[in-house]
Design a protein around this ligand. Structure first.
Ligand SMILES: *[C@@H]1O[C@H](CO)[C@@H](O)[C@H](O)[C@H]1NC(C)=O
Ligand SMILES: *[C@@H]1O[C@H](CO)[C@@H](O)[C@H](O)[C@H]1NC(C)=O
Ligand SMILES: *[C@@H]1O[C@H](CO)[C@@H](O)[C@H](O)[C@H]1NC(C)=O
Ligand SMILES: *[C@@H]1O[C@H](CO)[C@@H](O)[C@H](O)[C@H]1NC(C)=O
Ligand SMILES: *[C@@H]1O[C@H](CO)[C@@H](O)[C@H](O)[C@H]1NC(C)=O
Length: 286
């Protein structure tokens, strides 16, 4: 359906884009430049004043929260002390010389937009988008359906810390960003469609945010057992035991996976079994 109507689709997206861009543009015009800053929970953050203001007569810092704003402090160069409003008293330190504001021991709830205006001019204002983050914890990696010809999955989960980006590597080489699929804020998955020998290897997942990153690795082997073959397993075990005893080289090494060797040799298994019966072997199958 989508491919049949490219013109309408294009039209719709233009309308959507225009609808988004206009208010964004207006917001940017009204509010001055926006800077981004990330800080770790518990750290101190220095929020700078506007760059090129030579004389500061007055300064006002606000925390914008949705549509409302809360004044942090108001300062006039004639007065002795800046009036810092509750609840910022005690942990916000103001530098009158350059208009910067130091926030100490920041917490996640302190995230948001901080706006400074000097000399009451909108032109001399700056907005800082502060994101207070916990460091990401070490990712947990595990595999699902690591079976030949199935859609195998390698999953990467982070317990603590908001993750901005997951990046994947295979055998130390970065995979294209679109290979990893983000299932939730804290979970990314790599699909190995129609899993094959070349999918075996060491997979690394790097979870990062503005203040931290952590990487973990998993050695992935693909088992050659697709479900219908499982019935043959018992026979195959006997075959392999027998092969090992008799020194037959019937193994096709794929991924160094024992399971795979077993199943790949399953075809030879029946022959081996006959040999086994003929030989009157006393091997026990488990
Ligand atoms: C502003 O001044 C204070 C104190 O002099 C200094 O510690 C701080 O680094 C300055 N801020 C900026 C953004 O330069
Ligand atoms: C600040 O500097 C920029 C370029 O460096 C300039 O375009 C802008 O007009 C200056 N703003 C003020 C308030 O002087
Ligand atoms: C921002 O708004 C939320 C919900 O309205 C409120 O819980 C929170 O305390 C506000 N934060 C600040 C810093 O005003
Ligand atoms: C993990 O990702 C972060 C952020 O992109 C990067 O700075 C870091 O070097 C990466 N770590 C490794 C081991 O590649
Ligand atoms: C993966 O395998 C290699 C070589 O067999 C080994 O050195 C490495 O420690 C393994 N990594 C993990 C995460 O098990």
């Amino acid at each position: 359906m989508l491919t049949c109507r490219p013109v309408e689709l294009l039209g719709t997206s233009w309308v959507l884009l225009a609808g988004l861009l206009v208010p964004l543009q207006q917001a940017a015009d009204a509010a001055g430049p926006l800077e981004r800053k990330a800080a770790a929970v518990g750290s101190s953050v220095l929020l700078p004043g506007p760059d090129n203001v030579t004389h500061i007569f007055s300064t006002r810092w606000e925390h914008l929260n949705g549509t409302s704003s809360r004044t942090i402090l108001q300062y006039h160069s004639g007065s002795h002390n800046p009036a810092i409003h509750a609840p910022y008293t005690g942990w916000a330190i103001f530098h009158p010389s350059n208009g910067s504001l130091l926030l100490e021991d920041v917490q996640e709830g302190d995230s948001g937009i901080y706006k400074v205006t000097v000399n009451t001019g909108e032109r001399e204002s700056l907005q800082i988008l502060l994101e207070v983050l916990k460091p990401v914890s070490r990712p947990r990696l595990w595999g699902r359906a690591l079976v030949a010809r199935a859609t195998a999955e390698v999953l990467c989960d982070v317990e603590e810390g908001k993750v901005d980006t997951f990046t994947w590597k295979k055998d130390g080489q970065p995979l294209p960003p679109d290979r990893g699929v983000r299932l939730s804020d804290s979970l990314s998955v790599l699909y190995l469609r129609s899993a094959k020998k070349s999918d075996c290897g060491s997979y690394s997942c790097n979870a990062s945010n503005g203040i931290s990153w952590q990487e973990a690795s998993l050695n992935v082997t693909i088992a050659g057992l697709s479900p219908p073959l499982q019935d043959v397993l018992r026979v195959a075990v006997v075959a392999v035991v027998f092969a090992a005893v008799s020194g037959w080289g019937l193994v096709f090494p794929v991924c160094q996976s024992e399971k795979l060797r077993i199943s790949e040799s399953a075809a030879g298994g029946s022959r081996t079994l006959i040999a086994l019966v003929l030989g009157g072997g006393q091997l026990v199958s488990s």
